[in-house]
Design a binder for this molecule. Structure first.
Ligand code: RIB
Length: 305
């Protein structure tokens, strides 16, 4: 089996402030500790895939600035293949993040160079897509680029995984190119047009998505666990109970970890349990890539359950 995981997506620098609560519109809240670190949904998923033992490469676009330089250095330190990290004349992506005492966050992203990763760039990387076993994507780069990558991978017989975050309108044809769709409850509700509040409603909404062409969905529901929905039925994966301090990148860690386990030939239930353990560990630390656990940490956590 081809174990190569190719992640195509965003690279950001995250500026995070912890506060007792998130501000309301027009309000200023005095916060606490400030941290700056590597983030971006694409980069977080690529780093998670690599740190958890995957054979991972990353395609993204950063600016010709200090944030871009630092990001590339960080990916190289992780051992990620960065030969396809591209440069833009726009500034590197930045995310402003607030985290409250219950570990919830709100995020505003200045996309910058991420918005410059074009369908033509994807065409230039088509050898990498053809050479992958799994292609993993999110929606912090332009939708036409995601569509082109998904179509190229689908035609090449590469397994395609889409984490539709942040939720954006998608062309209907993309659903035919995606092997595995990983939305959270809010995203699933938006794409299916149905309310999603629990496992039961998530299963109904996921079935609607399968009518649009999806083969399989895994709905991530935070502390309520995850739900796998495919032609064989629905299987709930319970969440591990941990003390959460920051949920940033929990979903990204789940997606990266899941792809690692699938690339090793694990079944989807075992892969989702591994991913769930990895994301449980991620919420115990502040930050995005800073919080992603190692393979050893996840295995020892699972051994102790
Ligand atoms: O999913 C978390 C990520 O979303 C952060 O790292 C931030 O950069 C935003 O892209």
């Amino acid at each position: 089996m081809n174990r190569k995981i190719l992640v195509i997506g965003s690279s950001n620098t995250d500026m995070t402030v912890q506060a007792s609560r998130l501000p309301r519109p027009g309000e200023t809240v005095l916060g606490g500790v400030f941290t700056m670190g590597a983030g971006g949904k694409g980069a977080n998923q690529a780093v998670a895939a690599k740190r958890l033992g995957g054979d991972a490469a990353f395609i993204c676009k950063v600016g010709r600035d200090i944030f871009g330089d630092n990001s590339i250095r960080q990916y190289e330190a992780e051992g990620l293949d960065t030969s396809l990290v591209l440069r833009s004349e726009k500034p590197s992506g930045v995310a402003l993040i607030s985290v409250d005492k219950d570990a919830e966050n709100c995020i505003v992203v200045a996309s910058g160079a991420n918005a410059d990763l074009s369908a033509a760039d994807i065409d230039n990387c088509s050898d990498a897509i053809h050479g992958a076993g799994i292609l993993l994507m999110q929606l912090e780069i332009p939708v036409p680029s995601v569509l082109r990558a998904a179509e190229t991978a689908h035609e090449a017989g590469v397994m395609t995984v889409l984490n539709p975050a942040p939720a954006l309108e998608l062309p209907a044809e993309i659903f035919r190119y995606i092997s595995l769709f990983i939305p959270n409850e809010t995203e699933l509700s938006m794409y299916s047009g149905m309310p999603v509040t629990d496992e039961r409603s998530a299963a109904v909404a996921a079935r609607t998505m399968m009518e649009k062409g999806e083969e399989r969905l895994i709905v991530t529901m935070g502390s309520k666990g995850a739900l796998i929905v495919d032609a064989d039925g629905c299987i709930g994966i319970p969440a591990f109970k941990v003390n959460a301090v920051d949920t940033t990148a929990a979903g990204d860690t789940f997606c990266g970890a899941l792809c690692v386990a699938l690339s090793e030939g694990k079944g989807v239930v075992e892969a989702a349990r591994f991913a769930s353990a990895a994301s449980a560990l991620a919420v115990k630390k502040v930050g995005a890539q800073n919080s992603i656990p190692s393979r050893e940490e996840v295995e020892s956590f699972l051994d102790n359950q």
